[in-house]
Design a protein around this ligand. Structure first.
Ligand SMILES: O=C(CO)COP(=O)(O)O
Length: 250
């Protein structure tokens, strides 16, 4: 089955009303490959603004995180129901910055993922190893451990609402992109794992994105690999070259 190419822009804790309006204007006016699904993830405070300004078919907004409780005394958190109420259909979950800086465990990320899906919000679920883990030869083991925690919580059609993003931590914001071969190897391992532990259909249909120092120059070669179905872009999603990344296959 042909998997639709997917490009996400993770703005992280960057942007102002003005800069986000300007990025969205750029996307509204750009010629984008119609075979690509695009989401942009501004800080929560600006989701509504981005949503209101977006006029481009095929481009949606995404949250960067969501909490796994329905409502209540959780100061600072946002619920899945609130995302739905604001017509936000996507959230990123398990980004390495949340795992490492904010202490989210594999189990917390999996629980949030299940909660989002049950509430009707699709998930860009992130995984990836640190430099130390890669150098110790543990890359695939780390990613498989993260996947196993996810698979313990989700099942069946839940997988249709998950896009996996492989983001090696050492490549995030460092300018040190994984080589095409390094990325493809891990993507292939993820697909094999899905085939062995979940199903042939999930392995075949789930999109696996690469993230980590993707830019307008390196995206084309990465996009050619058979198991790379798109990108999760940080820094470059704030710049005009985000359009070149969306159009990697043109
Ligand atoms: O973390 C990332 C996307 O979620 C990648 O960030 P950079 O593209 O800035 O390396």
């Amino acid at each position: 089955m042909a998997r639709k190419f997917f490009v996400g822009g993770n703005f992280k804790m960057n942007g102002t009303k003005e800069s986000i309006k300007s990025i969205v204007k750029g996307l509204n006016e750009a010629q984008l490959d119609s075979n690509v699904e695009v989401v942009i993830a501004p800080p929560a405070l600006y989701l509504q603004l981005a949503q209101d300004e977006l006029k481009k078919e095929g481009v949606k907004v995404s949250a960067q995180n969501v909490y796994d409780k329905p409502n209540g005394a959780y100061t600072g958190e946002i619920s899945v129901a609130q995302l739905k109420d604001s017509e936000v259909e996507w959230t990123i979950l398990g980004h390495s910055e949340r795992r490492t800086v904010l202490g989210e465990t594999d189990e917390v990320v999996a629980s949030k993922t299940k909660f989002a899906i049950d509430g009707g919000v699709s998930v860009v679920w992130c995984c990836g190893e640190s430099l130390q883990e890669r150098e110790a030869g543990n890359t695939v083991a780390v990613v498989e451990r993260q996947l196993a925690a996810l698979a313990a919580k989700v099942s069946g059609d839940d997988w249709k609402k998950i896009v996996i993003a492989y983001e090696p931590i050492w490549a995030i914001g460092t300018g040190k992109v994984a080589t095409v071969q390094q990325a493809q190897e891990v993507h292939e391992a993820i697909r094999k794992w899905l085939k062995a532990k979940v199903s042939d259909a999930v392995a075949d249909e789930t999109r696996i994105l690469y993230g980590g120092s993707v830019n307008g120059k390196n995206c084309k070669d990465l996009a050619k690999e058979k198991d790379i179905d798109g990108f999760l872009v940080g820094g470059a999603s704030l710049k005009p070259e985000f359009v070149d990344i969306i159009n990697s296959n043109l």
